[in-house]
Every structure is written in structure tokens, then in C-alpha cells.
Design a protein around this ligand. Sequence first.
Ligand code: FE2
Length: 216
Amino acid sequence: MTPNRAAIADLFPSKLPDGCVFRPGLLDLSCQKALLAAVREVETTAPTARVLTKTGGYTSAAITNCGQAGWWSDAKGYRYETMNPLTHQPWPALPDVFRKAVADAVRGTPWSGFTPDACLINFYEPGAKMGLHQDKDERDFSQPIVTVCLGDDAEFMIGGLKRNEKTDVIIVRSGDVLIMGGQSRLRFHGVRKIYPGTGSLPLVIGRYGLTFRKAL
Ligand code: FE2
């Protein structure tokens, strides 16, 4: 069971740093279900996979992509690829429901014109996590990263611009949106813990993070 927000008051920052916009519960259940159906469709042609990291291990989250380019990692390093290195096919197009969710997510924010060309889908099964890292393989850091959460609750870490700075932790839930832009675009971040079985979506044990980028 996820600790309630009061019980984790020490973890839950009262104020997020400039450039971080957290929109809890923005996407309703019917939207989440439509997003999940689209994710499943993407997975049929671009299956999720754990990929090799710079440190020589494999990611504990399994990844796939859709859009014009997909983020990838293997012995050649971190980069965007316009073709899926596993299937040698182009990535599936960004589903319309993804574009619509992003438009809702950025409405009223400083990035209301944001139009992603890539979505990295991270799937965290129970026990999976992602260490602190920066998203810096994109060309234009004036464009934000927009994350849509689906499935189980998770502890999301937001750090500073250096790896060793203090991190805050927020609980992210299915339907929540987190935007990192402006002064927070290059903050270190990661996923510390998944709470299995806590999500509002049936048929998902684990968490999907749909992370929208302007990569090219
Ligand atoms: Fe990231």
C-alpha cells in the first residue's frame, strides 16, 4: 500500500523547483484506459526491452518508443534512433491519444506550444527502478520533458543540476502529469520505488512512464 501523502510529508516537497510543474490527477480514468490501449498497440510492433547502460548493466525498466525517433542505449551509447534497433523498422507513430494527452498536459503552462516528436515509454514492473540521471540527448533544452503516469503509484525523485545534490520525492499516480522544463529541464531525476497493485487501472501491475520529448 502506498503511504498517504500526509505520512510522507517529509518526502513530499511543499514547493517544487521553478520549471517543475506537477499536475496530479489531470487525466481521468477513461483517458488513462485509452492511453493504455495505445501503449499495448505500440508494444505489439515495438516490444519493450531492457537495454544496456553505460555502466554495463541492463536497465531494470523495460523501454520502447513511438514517434519519429526513439531513445536507445547499447554498446554504442545513449542516443535517438529513427529506426527501432531491435526490429529494424521505424518506430510506431505517436498515437492521437498521446498527442491529445500532451496538449492537455501543457495547456496553461509556459510550454503550451510543445509538440513532441518522440515518446520514450518506460515500463517498471514491481521492483524496477531508475537511478538518478539527466535527460540530455535531445537537441533543444528549451523544450520540456512531459511525463504521463499510468498504472501503479511510484516514488519519483527530483534532484538538482548535479548528481550529488539533495533530492525531493513525490508520489506519482496513474493520471498524473509531471513537466520538467526551464530551469528544471536538466535536473537529475529517477524512480525509486513502485507500489504494486495500487494503480487505478485494471490489467496493469507495474507502472508506465510515458515521457514525451522534442528529440530531433
Ligand atoms: Fe529521464
